[in-house]
Design a protein around this ligand. Structure first.
Ligand code: ADP
Ligand code: MG
Length: 243
């Protein structure tokens, strides 16, 4: 479903992603862990081309792009296969919960408003927020805003959903409701990439754990392998410091 080959990305002389290659099967749930500054967010942002990789190639479903020859059309096509959930929710503040979800359907996919609203309400049901359809983000808790953001990411039925530390900005008592919604969208069809510091959640929900350090994939395996028998000292140190 997702194939990354020899991806490189630098900011000035800071080499942030150094030759990342990765294949993820359809429906797989992959948790990406690693220290701050290791390139996790940049990797997700390169996958949906919010950042342009310097070199390498990316494929999602039937869309394959080379960084060197990337066109606007390819960018749009690749991005249409992805949904992204950010640490700070990034909802449109001047739109209601429902409007946040239907925006991409009405403007992007040219779906009639009535039908988009129906889809939007169903998605709000899925994240347990139907009664907040007409509320603006400002009156929602962080956990509720993030659940709306997840519904928004689901709206366009992406092949791959990218979560960048979706619970890091939340008060501790609101983390559980968001993790529960993430767990509920695992359907073994949609591919999920989840950058997280929630180790027990990662262990529990992911099929695969990737540990990144200094812009490279250091360890890649099942939760049992990575958490119980890490092969690299670097992984061991990280795990013992994050418990
Ligand atoms: P992580 O998500 O693992 O904490 P990031 O991908 O955010 O790591 O950042 C990796 C490195 O890239 C850091 O050194 C960060 O300062 C740098 N970086 C990220 N985004 C930018 C940017 N837009 N401009 C310059 N440097 C950046
Ligand atoms: Mg980050």
């Amino acid at each position: 479903m997702l194939k990354i080959s020899h991806l490189h990305k630098s900011f000035g002389d800071n080499a942030v992603l150094r030759d990342i290659s990765l294949e993820v099967a359809q429906g797989q749930v992959v948790a990406i862990i690693g220290p701050s500054g290791s390139g996790k967010s940049t990797l997700l942002r390169c996958i949906n081309l919010l950042e342009k990789p310097d070199s390498g190639s990316l494929q999602i479903a039937d869309t394959e792009v080379q960084a060197a020859t990337l066109t606007r059309q390819q960018e749009t096509a690749l991005r249409a296969h992805t949904g992204m959930v950010f640490q700070h929710y990034n909802l449109f503040k001047n739109k209601t919960a429902l409007e946040n979800i239907t925006e991409a359907l009405i403007v992007g996919k040219k779906i009639a408003k009535a039908q988009a609203n129906e889809t939007g309400l169903q998605l709000l049901d899925r994240v347990g927020l139907r009664e907040k359809a007409h509320s603006y983000p400002a009156v929602l808790s962080g956990g509720q805003q993030q659940r709306v953001a997840i519904a928004r990411a689901l709206a366009v039925k992406p092949k791959v959903i990218l979560f960048d530390e979706p619970t890091s900005a939340l008060d501790p008592e609101l983390v559980g409701e968001v993790l529960q919604v993430i767990r509920s969208i695992v359907d073994h069809q949609t591919t999920l990439l989840l950058v997280t510091h929630e180790m027990s959640f990662a262990r529990d929900v992911a099929d695969r754990i990737i540990f990144m350090a200094d812009g490279a994939v250091v360890e890649d395996g099942t939760p049992e392998q990575v958490f119980n028998q890490p092969r690299h000292e670097r992984t061991r140190k990280f795990l013992s410091s994050s418990r």
